[in-house]
Design a protein around this ligand. Structure first.
Ligand code: FES
Length: 254
């Protein structure tokens, strides 16, 4: 069933500089907050950038009671630079929720994320009501600031950093085989760099654990109309990340 999407002029409640180059944006968007599912995204129009296209941002968290929607983004161009200058009280136009999110049917979920890929896993962890374990990776200690956000939502938070400045030195995929060997997880939910998702996919298939991945692609319309996000799937069919995804079963796409 496809749920409705809304275009709302959303008031910025908080725009926070979390670590160098990364921002957290919370807006008032009650219709989106009420209906968004983990893994879905929002197309944001940054009018003062004079860029006509909307930018996709994963739904990181929502509070349906307060009607708030939280997103994270990294400064990567003119649009995000302009967005970072907006202050509380100003507005951005948000279209969403869009796309297909995660299938939540899991008893012992393991969430695996790297870098900005951790953002959509926050709402997912919240929906699992404390029963999820999260395994995260980042370049260094500041880049795993996410651990504090996940701690109240998860049974366990496992951290790896490339330089060993926090958690275990290495990558999430270094810890994954031993976690799956214990047989404690019946489903993996993954979002992060392509290389990490490919390695997770290999390990998941070795241990026969079902796995869903959230893909990131360039998106122009976000609505299935422009084909800019098309990918090849293993069945030979082309699919649109914005409309058929961004979440897919791993065997379909990797
Ligand atoms: Fe246009 Fe997916 S972004 S079809």
């Amino acid at each position: 069933m496809t749920l409705p999407s809304y275009a709302v002029e959303a008031e910025i409640l908080e725009s926070k500089h979390v670590i160098p180059g990364v921002y957290q944006l919370t807006v008032a968007a009650k219709e989106i907050a009420r209906t968004a599912q983990p893994g879905q995204f929002v197309q944001v129009l940054i009018e003062r950038s004079f860029l006509l296209l909307r930018r996709p941002f994963g739904v990181a968290d929502t509070d349906p009671n307060k009607g708030t929607l939280t997103m994270f983004y990294r400064l990567i161009g003119k649009g995000t630079r302009e967005l970072s200058k907006l202050k509380a009280g100003e507005t951005v136009n948000c279209l969403g929720p869009l796309g297909h999110g995660f299938d939540l049917d899991a008893r012992q979920p393991l969430l695996i994320g790297g870098g900005m890929g951790l953002a959509p896993l926050i709402l997912l962890a919240r929906r699992f009501n404390g029963k999820a374990v999260v395994l995260m990776g980042g370049k260094n200690r500041p880049e795993v600031f996410w651990s504090e956000l996940f701690r109240p939502l998860c049974t366990e938070v496992l951290v790896t950093t490339n330089d060993g400045s926090a958690g275990v030195k290495g990558f999430p995929t270094d810890l994954l085989p031993s976690l799956l060997e214990q047989g404690n997880h019946d489903r993996l939910f993954v979002c992060g760099p392509q290389i990490m998702m490919e390695k997770v996919s290999e390990i998941a298939s070795r241990f026969s654990v079902p796995c869903q991945v959230s893909l990131e692609r360039h998106m122009a319309c976000g609505l299935g109309a422009c084909l800019s996000c098309s990918i090849d799937t293993k069945s030979g069919k082309r699919k649109k990340v914005c409309k058929d995804g961004p979440v897919f079963w791993v065997e379909e796409v990797l």
